[in-house]
Design a protein around this ligand. Sequence first.
Ligand code: SAM
Length: 331
Amino acid sequence: MGLVTGFWSFKTFAAAVEMELFTRLAGGRTMTVAEAEKELGLADRPADLLLTACASLGLLAKDGDGYRNTELAEEFLVKGKPYYFGGQVTYCDQRTYLPWHRVGEALHTDRPLTWDPSTQESMFDTADPRMLESFWGAMYSTSIFTAKELAAHVDLSGSERLLDVGGGSGAYPIELCRLLPSLSATVFDLPHVCEIAAGNIAAAGLSDRIATTPGDFLTDEHLPEGHDVVLFSMILHDWDAATNQQLLTKAYEALAPGGRVVISELLLNAERTGPASAALMGMNMLVETVGGRNYSDAEYTDWLAAAGFTDIHTVHFDAPGANGAVIAIKR
Ligand SMILES: C[S@@+](CC[C@H](N)C(=O)[O-])C[C@H]1O[C@@H](n2cnc3c(N)ncnc32)[C@H](O)[C@@H]1O
């Protein structure tokens, strides 16, 4: 029954985020059903059902007659908090939820459902203002906390210059530069995405340490040089094996000896039986990409070795955008 009704949980959660319920309850405020009726403009029955359901999902707790945020909701669902996750909730609700309804079609056609490959080069090649606002906002809210977890498990303290390939919103370099005072970074991404990243970097007050370099990692012959770490976060799951081997070879060529590559992803286990976070992200790649899928660390290890890297190892952690990182060195 839990499997069958997963969408009930998601849509309840997404509706509460859309009404900014958790933001309204920031700082320990409580809300009774009668207050929810007034503030959210709901009738008594839906107000009661929504608050009860959010409590059942672990998002609200109850004090007397009033509902308040749980610690989880307070940290991740209050707008303006550093690790606000609502961008991903909104993206899934508005962009991927309805296409996922036709996932059976994607299984039969092996074609994405959220965009049309006959009119667009890739899902990222877009001028659609809603996509520009929502996708990279969703990536920011997923990656900012994932970067923190990566930094807690992968020792980057000796690194000075990070190249974030397909760096998107700039979330990784922003969080890593906040945590590592001697680090500077470059976001390499498509030109329209670099504009989004530059805005986020300026808002974080880090324009003096994080640069943006527009380019195309598929068609440019080389990646920018002069960095001692090359990061791929949630990049390689967007593409097929042959493309990934080329990207890792470009990373190898761009690094000086001693440089490192870090692949941050939701990794499948070697037996290909899970975990569900990686396997279902793989299904999402069916809905959203041509040729993308989630891979195991064994597959990344083979490609890294083929590109020339050594000292290949995997570090495991637990975050929304990655359950581990595969790391290797250019000797
Ligand atoms: C799934 S997002 C990951 C963003 C970021 N690395 C993160 O983890 O938050 C994939 C990124 O790859 C970028 N990208 C896609 N195709 C690209 C290309 N041909 N050249 C450069 N960047 C590209 C997209 O614009 C997008 O920012």
